[in-house]
Design a protein around this ligand. Structure first.
Ligand SMILES: [Zn+2]
Length: 295
């Protein structure tokens, strides 16, 4: 629900706060942002970026998640964030659930490029965090994310622009296979709070990249992440997660359909190449999950 995250949002035109006013959010200077029927708010300055995920890409991602194909990634993300409740960046929750142990849990968890919100929902559930904020530049993704979890609010925003979030608001930020603006990510992180970044390894979906001519996703080397953040955030943990799935051709089609290649490849050509694959085909997934702590 949007109301869980409003206190952390800022006006994209610069004012430091937004308040709910009827069916919209309003800043002190009078800018008004309508809350969509589906429960998300657009804080874009202008139109959605051209590279935003299409409804078909988002639907494909939902299907891939439902098929359990990303389960090891989900587990690795939860493992990476579970130490979060020990970090000094966490606030003591006012009304911690009975039986939740120490009563410490993260306040706000932000996912930049959250897609339909499934990773963020899983992390909210695992950590008991007070609220989750899903940012994505795709309307289709925000519509899904807005109902992915009861404590999750979805905001349409461009991850390459200043993020419409207050300084140091987040106890945890996640970036999973999404373009990232690291200066902005650090700005919204509380001191000592964690950043979890998942990025594909060069051999991620190797057989599909080779046989179908998919784009190789260059998410940047993990060492480069450390270098860019040197002096501002310290590496805490890094793990490469590898798993394989035996996919039939329909499943291959959805895996291809959720990725960036869906923007670039001719559907007919891809279908022809998929038909030429063995069935089932063994597909290797490979993702690095890096955890860093802001200074
Ligand atoms: Zn404003």
């Amino acid at each position: 629900m949007l109301r869980h995250v409003i206190e952390h949002l800022t006006c994209p035109y610069g004012e430091p706060s937004l308040a709910l006013d009827g069916a919209s959010l309003r800043c002190p200077a009078g800018h008004r942002f309508d809350v969509a029927r589906q429960g998300y708010v657009s804080l874009l300055r202008g139109r959605s970026p051209a590279a935003a995920d299409t409804p078909a890409m988002v639907a494909a991602r939902v299907e891939v998640v439902a098929g359990g194909h990303l389960e090891p990634l989900r587990a690795a993300l939860i493992e990476a964030v579970e130490g979060t409740t020990d970090s000094a960046g966490c606030r003591r929750a006012a009304g911690a659930d009975p039986g939740s142990g120490t009563g410490e849990r993260p306040g706000l968890v932000v996912e930049v490029g959250a897609g339909p919100g499934h990773h963020l929902a899983a992390v909210l559930e695992a950590t008991g965090a007070e609220a989750g904020l899903a940012l994505d530049s795709s309307k289709a993704a925000c519509r899904r994310a807005a109902r992915a979890h009861p404590r999750l609010g979805a905001v349409l925003a461009d991850a390459w622009q200043p993020l419409p979030i207050r300084d140091a608001a987040a106890d945890l930020v996640m970036v999973v296979f999404a373009p990232r603006h690291l200066d902005e990510v650090l700005r919204i992180l509380a001191p000592r709070a964690r950043l979890v970044v998942a990025a594909p390894e060069p051999d991620h979906l190797g057989v599909l990249v080779e046989r179908l001519g998919l784009l190789r996703v260059d998410a940047g080397k993990p060492d480069a992440l450390d270098r860019v953040l040197a002096g501002r955030a310290d590496p805490v943990a890094r793990r490469v997660v590898r798993w394989t799935r035996h996919l039939n051709h329909a499943e291959v089609t959805t895996v291809v359909g959720m990725g960036p290649s869906a923007h670039h490849l001719d559907v007919g050509v891809v279908a022809e190449r998929i038909a030429g694959l063995p069935e089932p085909v063994e597909v290797g997934f490979a993702v690095t999950v890096s955890t860093l702590r802001r200074r």
